[in-house]
Write a protein that binds this ligand. Sequence first.
Ligand SMILES: *[C@@H]1O[C@H](CO)[C@@H](O)[C@H](O)[C@H]1NC(C)=O
Ligand SMILES: *[C@@H]1O[C@H](CO)[C@@H](O)[C@H](O)[C@H]1NC(C)=O
Ligand SMILES: *[C@@H]1O[C@H](CO)[C@@H](O)[C@H](O)[C@H]1NC(C)=O
Length: 412
Amino acid sequence: MRNLKLSASVFPGIIFFSCLLLYLYSTLLPFYTHSPTESHISLTPSTPAFSPSPPQCNLFHGNWVEDPSHEPFYDETCPFHRNAWNCLRNKRDNMGPINSWRWVPSGCDFPRIDPVGFLGLMRNRRIGFVGDSLNENFLTSFLCILRVADAGAKRWKRKGAWRGAYFPKFNVTVAYHRAVLLAKYEWQPKQSAPSDQDGREGIYRVNVDTPADDWVNITDFYDVLIFNTGHWWGPDKFPKEKPLVFYEAGKPILPLLGMHDGFKVVLKNMVSYIQKKVPSKTLKFWRLQSPRHFYGGDWNQNGSCLFDKPLEESQLDLWFDPSNNGVNKEARQLNLLIEEALQGTDIQVLDLTHLSEFRADAHPSIWLGKKDAVAEWGQDCMHWCLPGVPDTWVDILSEEIRYRLDSRQDFD
Ligand SMILES: *[C@@H]1O[C@H](CO)[C@@H](O)[C@H](O)[C@H]1NC(C)=O
Ligand SMILES: *[C@@H]1O[C@H](CO)[C@@H](O)[C@H](O)[C@H]1NC(C)=O
Ligand SMILES: *[C@@H]1O[C@H](CO)[C@@H](O)[C@H](O)[C@H]1NC(C)=O
């Protein structure tokens, strides 16, 4: 890797040169046609103009701009799709418009992922996602995009992975470990006498200090890890009759913790496990909450998301600010707790919440590929259509990885 430690005297020159490159690039850009395989400036360390150097270039703030030349990298034939998110196959309306919006961070442009360049950079390395189905949604997009660079990609499912793929051309593995609460939890049916009238069927025992089996032993297997949890922390998944009960060192924590406090304790313990067990040279990311877009009611109250364009920035607070008490307010609430738990760690925050908040138009909604799925489960205004918004998450993640690899020498 190139040595990027620059002496003070060359810095102004580099900055000037970068601005010049950026200017030239933006002037020339309109003359190139945009097609998924040809439009990328190759992401080598010799293009300093595109190294995001936070905070000048914050990839998480910006706007969605309509760009009809913007095309997805993959279609419904990608073998890594999950049926319910394969919106092209499920004939979802508006898939053209959904994918014609391009995320433009304010103050800087950033390139889409270059699958060949990225896999080349990751040669002989492994990337792991750990968390809930929104991280699986993210992984699915990633696999379908990377496959563009290696059609020989094969399914990979080892080491407790739920699913993943191996890219033989580059010897790269990308996989997802399902651990919805991150901590280990198990169902314990009620043992007590029928005279017990509390209405409980049992409890879910959460061992706050024990990572779930699915990822407890993979901490030094991956070179890059992306964590998340949050979407299961609500009464939908764990109602009163089947509550979470939090245990520490084998004993229930007393007084019993509510979901919110239990979330904090689990975060604290999982973050400290990661800090202790994951080698410091491993790149660690934590993805903030993916916002839901249920309109007119929650998922089980006929809430819908039949929008044909992104929300306006001025609408976001009304939807998501907890003080407005809307049905989708939990994303920002949980983010506060997550950011607090990550303070002072070497885990990088992937704040994909804000950019995703705009995209009320891009969920599977009623197009779930299965008869009666809507009647049974309601619309899906939580996961994302693929191709779709997670493709932008991939652009950002790959750029963050590239930037961090470029700026360190201990990653070999
Ligand atoms: C492939 O990558 C793994 C690490 O991800 C490494 O251990 C292995 O030696 C590599 N294989 C080859 C043939 O380079
Ligand atoms: C993880 O590794 C430890 C130590 O080798 C072992 O005792 C434990 O059974 C492993 N856990 C899982 C879930 O594989
Ligand atoms: C949802 O819509 C169905 C059909 O229109 C209706 O029967 C049902 O009562 C609605 N449920 C709620 C919670 O509004």
